[in-house]
Design a protein around this ligand. Sequence first.
Ligand code: ADP
Ligand code: MG
Length: 250
Amino acid sequence: MTITGLRKSFGGIAAVQGVDITVPKGRIVAIIGPNGSGKTTLFNLITGMIPADEGSVVVDGRELVGLRPDQVYAAGLSRTFQTLELFRPLSLEDHLLIGMQRRSRVGLLAACLGLPRVRREEASLREAVRGVFRRFEDRLTEDRWGDRADSLSYANRRRLEIARAVAAEPKVLLLDEPAAGMNPHERAELTAAIGALRDDGFTILLIEHHMELISSISDHVVALDQGRKIAEGTPREVLEHPRVVEAYLG
Ligand code: ADP
Ligand code: MG
């Protein structure tokens, strides 16, 4: 994914001021920056949730700027949210089946109606669901797959949200503060799960502020401040960069 000159102002606030980021295939790129530096806005621009004023986002040769969120999703981008976005009454398994609609040939309506062609595909979908849950098997255990999403702990709901995004087999997976609200042990587990996704070939753009998570799995780090890129490089180069240190202290 190649982001070039992305720009967005809200009235007088220049939230994203011409940002360039390259996310190579099969790599993890992390975005860091103090509160209000434009990280979530950047995700909203990439996913078409808010229209960009200027700039380009290209995935596999396709321009995404100007597309609606559903078109961006269909083009192969899945995201999670800083604040959880789950369908509370639905089961864990249903969440993953919904996540798989992008790669499924049968529509969501057909799936809900249980049409015959759906049943043919269902066995392979269930197998795929199993495969995704296996990535989080220490926590999203099989006895829980039929439970409602709102029966889960906060940390498990975050895992489910990531699992749903992974189920779509996106070309690029966007994670907005996936470790928010987790304790150090849960964070370490999640770090390993995200690293394993990359090792399996997923391309990941990640917003995080937990430095140990960033340092241990990011291939490349981009630091934003007030909507501009102020540093990029290896985790160490960026975390020690004087402008980054200053942005966090100031
Ligand atoms: P971060 O995720 O890095 O904390 P945000 O992208 O949420 O930062 O916000 C960047 C700036 O843009 C902030 O000044 C914020 O108040 C502003 N902003 C974000 N979204 C909107 C919006 N929908 N309307 C107006 N201002 C917004
Ligand atoms: Mg944010």
